[in-house]
Design a protein around this ligand. Sequence first.
Ligand SMILES: [Zn+2]
Length: 231
Amino acid sequence: MRGTLFILGLIALGVALQKGIIDIPRHWTPWAPLYVDDPITPVTQLKLKRLNDDRAACLAALDTVPEDELRYTPLADYTPTASCPLTNVVRMQSSSVRFNQSFVASCPLALAWVMYERHALQPAAQAIMGSRVAQVNHVGSFACRNVYGRDTGRRSEHATADALDVVGFQFEDGRQISLINDWDDANNAGKFLRAARDGACDTFGNVLGPEYNAAHADHFHLGMRGFRLCR
Ligand SMILES: [Zn+2]
């Protein structure tokens, strides 16, 4: 009896959703298009994963960023290094921040980055440092290698340009901080770096930093694999 009621309830819910009687917001609907200004929810990472195989929808989502806040170039699929073909990738030139160097990113990684920046990084910078981030320093996104550069084992996310390694930030007021120098800072710089890491967990599949292991003492690894793995 209870089972029947439950099933009837589900059917009623389905009908209500279909008829628009109940309106689920776009950012809670896995199949709705992604807009970078939408609030980040647990569904956001699902949407980003779906865009892996849908270049057109992914570029459309990137184009929801105002034009003066993102400069990127879609790239045709290519194989920069034998055994590491790249598909659905863009070159990121700048966003609301400059980068020390432009970089190749899978389209979902680029999208995760701009969402992270808008919803977590810049708000944290303003709240804690009293100044927005002007430049992000990174040490690369693409590297045709296995995890930790081992000879065998799993391919790194970097082999598909699905991760960015961030080493530091420069603020609009000129201050500069880096993970290697400021992670242990007891004041605002350290507090900001922790907020920057924690905020990344909502958009990236995995976020590894100094508290994970020695290999990450000097950078945040922001990758698309996994779901809210945050260390
Ligand atoms: Zn990395």
